[in-house]
Design a protein around this ligand. Sequence first.
Ligand SMILES: NC(=O)c1ccc[n+]([C@@H]2O[C@H](COP(=O)([O-])OP(=O)(O)OC[C@H]3O[C@@H](n4cnc5c(N)ncnc54)[C@H](O)[C@@H]3O)[C@@H](O)[C@H]2O)c1
Length: 304
Amino acid sequence: MGALDGRVAIITGAGRGVGREHALLFAKEGASVVVNDLGAANDGSGSDVGPAQQVANEIIAAGGQAVANTDDVSSTEGAQAMIDQAVSEFGDLNILVNNAGILRDRMLVNMSDADWDDIMRVTLRGHFAPTRAAAQYWRTTSKERGITPANIVNTSSTSGLFGNVGQTNYGAAKSGLGSFTHIAQMELERYGVTVNAIAPSARTRLTMSVPGAAEAEEERLKTVDVTEWDPRGPENIAPFVAWLATADCPSKGRTYFVQGGAVYLFQPWAIVDKIEKEGLWTVEELKEAAPKFADYKFNLNLPY
Ligand SMILES: NC(=O)c1ccc[n+]([C@@H]2O[C@H](COP(=O)([O-])OP(=O)(O)OC[C@H]3O[C@@H](n4cnc5c(N)ncnc54)[C@H](O)[C@@H]3O)[C@@H](O)[C@H]2O)c1
């Protein structure tokens, strides 16, 4: 008996990296999987039907149920086509894992409009378009047959939540997904949908493209025995995502950092200090009262 028996899942960007591992585990746990992947390069350019089809073939060869989809997650038509394909192939849709992502790292002073816009398109629109299409489907089904559990898992990044030099575009989009997750949960609860987000950390094509990362990984693999378990392997992220995708998962609107065998819970934006006056502040008064904000020490509980 699998944890996702009989459920239908779409996983975007599932042709490679962490999404591929989600797809393989979801199928092993009994889900029928729409394996979406445009087959793009790290920077989002190009397309290739190969990765999505290969993962679907792998699932089918192992006795599971899967179909490939090569739509662009940021396109309204592509997002709708994904949902339609899940319903026409497998009769329903219960889970959407928004995972597709790209990088365009540049220092802010050198960032082009295209570097900014493409990241926003694939990251934010690429979460929004499939989520809207899935939510519209669940709104309809909740009216037709009553509420049945559905789950959305979004993919953020510590680059956004903690910040990372060279990634104002990617980081802004990824931290935006924290708010997107929180607000989508508020809106979709009435249709029986849970919406959570993870920030993964693992060795993939994307992370190995960061300057120096491939060399550091090569060195690490010389010193660490990974025959039993590799803490940097992309397969480590999938079990927690599968749990977030179970029909009775109690987690709602939360964001987690998942790395190796560790899962960390983020707290949302929270107020930690205040100043107040009964009336209009003068700038002079604020010069006295407000500097304590600049000195406030946040406890980020950074795990690295
Ligand atoms: N690997 C990490 O450590 C890490 C860290 C933080 C965040 N992430 C996020 O995790 C997700 C998966 O990343 P990964 O490391 O597995 O990368 P990856 O490059 O191995 O896989 C991403 C996949 O998304 C696909 N894709 C890109 N644009 C697409 C589009 N418009 N439509 C459909 N598919 C598209 C690519 O073809 C690729 O196969 C991304 O959202 C990434 O930002 C990863």
